[in-house]
Design a binder for this molecule. Structure first.
Ligand code: CP3
Length: 358
């Protein structure tokens, strides 16, 4: 298989792209964050044989895992390339390991701002070419059934992992950096922004049809902090991707910003240039619509924990949610990633109910 053939099969289901662009849809499109993940026995089988980042770095494995949920859940209207947000710190020269039951671990996190200069920005995106190869391979193997989403972590979220050395409930060190080293924080976030823009453009060149930016740590920020350390960089990313796609004569793709816990600044997120704003389950759909207006597509927001309820209850909650959001300018999803013990039947109940709602 050559990764240079970009002559992809024709797209048969464009509900996701239509909804993102504000065009009329026959049914509400649905996909699920972390739809390729540990709740699937076939994913567990691959993980039993291969380390997490080996799966990310091997296009055939990443493609296979990306396709797994599509084989099982016929209602899915999108796929998301299997990878992780932490491949960027790796490409900058940091070591990141995935420890079962713990999550990501950086044996040597950034301990002092002077270490920013040691990050290897040059060549970072070419060290991520395996993600592009996985995207290209998947675009062929998916046979145009549904669009393929590419993604990245947002600068602040990536910085948090790089400074804390892994996930953190308190973000103590990151907050200390925000307080003590504002200039250096700006330097790090700008560096990440430059790499992210080129990384996303590379994903589009490889075949990604929509891009989602995960600001998963927005719940640690106040509105004022979001305005300072998140929003400007998110805006630069959206604009930078558009400009570079124009320069390269590539087609534009819609983009989604998902700031988990970002209910404090939905109005700001609606003005960053993204076509779609993702929301978590703590935000009421009607309220969200009032805040973002009618020119933005909303994505979300069933509580992932609701998938532990009975199929009947899941159907009831999902139909209620979809009707609150409305049929147009809406992409159904959970309010965060699906969790590992979720019964498989819950995915059927959720995705079928979305399509039954209208
Ligand atoms: O959504 C998908 O199906 C695509 C794949 C995907 C993964 N990670 C695979 C994964 C995506 C889009 C991500 C994004 C990601 N990674 C985010 C942003 C989304 C969010 O959850 O807020 C973040 C914060 C990470 C970093 C990360 N990766 C953490 C904190 C963890 C451990 C926690 C957990 O859920 O296990 C991971 C591991 C990870 N990334 C797994 C998967 C399937 C499970 C690890 C395993 O298989 O051992």
């Amino acid at each position: 298989m050559s990764y240079t053939n970009k002559n992809f099969p024709e797209l048969k289901n464009d509900r996701l792209l239509k909804a993102a662009l504000g065009k009329e849809v026959d049914k509400v499109p649905v996909w699920v964050m972390r739809q390729a993940g540990r709740y699937l026995p076939e994913f567990q089988a691959i993980r039993a044989q291969h380390d997490f980042f080996t799966v990310c770095r091997t296009p055939e494995l990443a493609c296979e895992v990306t396709l797994q949920p599509l084989r099982r859940f016929k209602q899915l209207d999108a796929s998301i390339i299997f990878s992780d947000i932490l491949v960027i710190p790796q490409a900058l020269g940091m070591t990141v390991e995935m420890h079962p039951g713990v999550g990501p671990v950086f044996p040597k996190p950034l301990q002092d701002p002077s270490e920013i200069d040691a990050l290897e920005e040059d060549g970072a995106v070419s060290r991520l070419s395996y993600v592009g190869d996985a995207i290209t391979l998947t675009r062929h193997k998916i046979e145009g059934k549904v669009p393929l989403i590419g993604f990245t972590g947002a600068p602040f979220t990536l910085m948090g992992y790089m400074v804390e050395g892994g996930g953190s409930k308190t973000m103590t060190k990151t907050k200390e950096w925000l307080e003590k080293y504002p200039k250096e924080v700006e330097k790090l976030l700008s560096l990440l922004t430059r790499v992210i823009i080129d990384y996303l453009v590379m994903q589009v060149e490889s075949g990604a049809q929509l891009l989602q930016v995960f600001e998963s740590s927005a719940d640690h920020l106040t509105r004022e902090q979001f305005i300072e350390v998140s929003a400007p960089f998110l805006k630069d990313i959206r604009q930078g991707v558009q400009t570079k796609l124009e320069e390269k004569n590539l087609e534009q793709v819609p983009m989604t910003i998902f700031a988990k816990g970002g209910g404090h600044s939905l109005d700001i997120q609606a003005h960053l240039g993204y076509e779609t704003v993702g929301i978590d389950w703590t935000i009421d759909p009607t309220e969200a619509r009032k805040i973002v207006g009618t020119n933005i597509t909303l994505q979300g927001n069933l509580d992932p924990q609701d998938l532990y309820k009975s199929p009947e209850e899941i159907r009831r909650l999902t139909i209620g949610m979809v009707r609150k959001f409305g049929k147009q300018r809406y992409i159904a999803n959970l309010g965060h990633g699906i969790t590992p013990q979720t019964p498989l039947g819950s995915m059927d109940a959720f995705t079928e109910a979305v399509h039954e709602a209208y």
